[in-house]
Ligand binder design. Structure first.
Ligand code: HEM
Length: 110
């Protein structure tokens, strides 16, 4: 998921610029791919939990990752349709998902 940092920064800088649309869409697609790959794995933070807590944590992790993928798809649609308000809303939602996801599943690094 480390590669997402650069893509996410570029998306936030360029999402509202129609001249950068192709590059923005490519970066969103890269993030969708990386999110799907992350969803296929189990984060270290969950593997270190007591066995009986892991199933519930994986469920919550999957739900949050699915929301991330859905919001990235919505962001791509908003960029294609040049809907500035919708672009802003999706970016805010993704910032929130990142914050929550890392607080919950990347605790040792935050
Ligand atoms: C815009 C959304 C997001 C971005 C840009 C992002 C970016 C990143 C980056 C750059 C890292 C590596 C940094 C480091 O290791 O300190 C990372 C790691 C990680 N992120 Fe995210 N993230 C996002 C959303 C999420 C969400 C929603 C979740 C949870 C549902 C999540 C869970 C994790 C986990 C578990 C790791 C550690 C990977 C591992 O276990 O090996 N992230 N993320």
């Amino acid at each position: 998921m480390g590669a997402m940092e650069r893509e996410w920064r570029a998306i936030k800088a360029d999402a509202g610029d129609p001249a950068r649309q192709e590059a923005v869409i490519r970066n969103i697609d890269l993030m969708i791919r990386e999110s799907a790959i992350s969803k296929l794995g189990v984060p270290g933070a969950i593997r270190r939990m007591p066995a009986e807590k892991q199933a519930e944590a994986v469920k919550s992790y999957h739900a949050m990752m699915l929301s991330t993928i859905k919001t990235l798809v919505a962001l791509e649609e908003a960029v294609v349709e040049k809907k500035a308000e919708e672009i802003k809303k999706c970016i805010e939602q993704l910032d929130e998902l990142e914050k929550k996801g890392h607080a919950e599943f990347l605790p040792e690094q935050r």
